[in-house]
Design a protein around this ligand. Sequence first.
Ligand SMILES: [Zn+2]
Length: 243
Amino acid sequence: MSNENNEQLTDEQILMCLYDKTFTCPVCEKTFKSKMIRKGKSKYIRSDIDLKPIYYPLKPEYYDVIVCNNCGYAAVSNKFDNLTYSQQGEILEKITPKYVKKDYPDIYDADTAIERYKLALLNCMVKKSRVGEKAYICLKLAWIYRDKEDRKNEFSYLKSAYDGFNEAFTTEKFPICGMDEDTLLYMIAAIGVLIGNLEDSKRILGKLIVKKSLTKRLKDKIIDAKERIKIIEENNITNENES
Ligand SMILES: [Zn+2]
């Protein structure tokens, strides 16, 4: 469901859940403020198959991209300070001259969040980030398009995330975007279910479920994902028989 939050809260109530955090930009060195959710102000409810967390009343991922309004540098919060000297130069050369300063509203809706993630993705391309970081941003974009019930864009970003995570799995060191090996494998399988790569997903889930390192949380998600594949396959058979 798309509207599990925000609707019942007034803007004033939402603003009470937010605060301004001051950042120093690692590219242009100016300080600026960005909206963040106050600790404990949004409650975790559950997660989707691809671990998209559902919170109430505010969606933390909408506030996870930090944008410097002076130079156009943008990144997800846990990558914001990780910048090499040459990456800083690339951004000053390729992003800053084209960046049009923008004042974002105090409350970030899906469209504002999408704009901020796309700017972070553009920064990733320019600073030649690891493929895992790009895939992670694509996953977040897919989640926000899911909130908007925009299936076409959701699918397209899920596909990019899927390809990126597959590449990251073989080329990068763990943890990848905060995920250990089991979690990333599960993530690839889960996205596979959503984009219709059922056979690959079944193979990965089958290998994962017998691993001793598995956490209870992940094991439960795997069982749910296998159940979902079964339902999709049964539906496919029914549809084939009907047509
Ligand atoms: Zn800056």
